[in-house]
Write a protein that binds this ligand. Structure first.
Ligand code: PGA
Length: 310
């Protein structure tokens, strides 16, 4: 019988998922030597190498692949047990894992302050990651709650809209379309060059669907993985961009960019709270969901459906 600890498995799962000792150490709030030691102890106990490091890259060996596939399920089951115990001991205590897409960085962290102040016993891990990585985490059931603008089809999930999320067209303030004095037609917009988010991002998907509906292909000048980089590139005159209005601060980059008045815009959408139906809702997760719905007014406009429910 092998003597393997939960701590070793948690460490291995994080290294295998993140393909990095240093990022695993960061996520687990331990030092890198601690991570290396846990992995060494685990490999010794199993009797086979689990990971291979070539340069800075971490690869899974065949044994590592088998363990990675198995330990996700174990950790999930154990996490459920821990949560049940926390729920039995008394509510509002425990760990809450949230994963949210890139653009939510403009509002999700702000919501956590008042929540943590009200529930000091709840320990939150918030991962702000791109939508493709979020979908991987959702498929592996790694978090309690997911926040995104375009929930995926075909997954066993429950989605609830909670906050308005409109898409607008950004242009450099000196752009000729800003001086027309009338609404820009979509056909005129489609002539322009665009700066777009990475493939798979909710913003990009919505933009692609819109162009598809109009039967035109967008002229993509550049793909950038960050809303901030896109705004800077718009300010620099590289093209126009379709972005969530959550990304727009008060100052509009010191008036170097502006929101264009375009036919069909803003595209009104919602931010969704997403949960896997395969995961039991812990008391902690339910507390957070309730908190979010009642504090959403602090951030802007609740999604229509939520407004009606209140
Ligand atoms: P994104 O999500 O950050 O994945 O583009 C934004 C959205 O769906 O509005």
């Amino acid at each position: 019988m092998m003597h393997v600890s939960l701590r070793q498995l948690r460490t291995f799962e994080a290294v295998a998922r993140l393909r990095s000792f240093s990022r695993a150490a960061e996520e687990l709030h331990v030092t890198q030597p601690t991570v290396s030691k846990q992995i060494r102890l685990l490999s010794d106990e199993i009797g086979l190498a689990l990971l291979e490091q070539i340069g800075k890259k971490v690869f899974l060996t065949e044994a590592g692949e088998h363990l990675y596939a198995t330990c996700g399920d174990w950790l999930e089951t154990w996490g459920r047990f821990e949560q049940t115990i926390a729920d039995m001991k008394g509510v509002k205590k425990g760990r809450l894992r949230i994963a949210s897409v890139t653009t939510t960085k403009y509002f999700m962290p702000r919501l956590l302050g008042p929540f943590c102040a009200q529930y000091p016993g709840i320990d939150i891990a918030l991962e702000v990651i791109n939508r493709d990585r979020l979908l991987e985490r959702l498929a592996r059931n790694q978090d309690d709650i997911y926040v995104m603008g375009v929930p995926p089809d075909g997954m066993n999930i429950e989605c609830e809209p909670f906050l308005e999320n409109s898409l607008v067209v950004l242009a450099p303030s000196s752009h000729r379309l800003t001086t027309l004095g009338r609404t820009v037609r979509f056909a005129e917009l489609a002539q322009e060059h665009f700066l777009v988010r990475e493939r798979g991002s909710g913003t990009r998907l919505t933009m692609e669907r819109l162009f598809e509906e109009h039967g035109v292909r967008p002229n993509i000048r550049m793909e950038l993985g960050s809303n901030e980089a896109i705004k800077q590139a718009v300010a620099g005159g590289l093209g126009l961009a379709i972005l969530s209005d959550s990304t727009i601060g008060e100052d509009h980059l010191n008036h170097q960019v502006c929101v264009l008045d375009v036919e069909g815009f803003p595209i009104r959408r919602s931010w969704y709270l997403v949960r896997s139906k395969e995961k039991r809702v812990s008391v902690v997760a339910a507390t957070f969901l309730e908190f979010l719905k009642s504090h959403v007014n602090l951030l802007g406009h609740p999604a229509k459906e939520v407004q009606q429910a209140v």
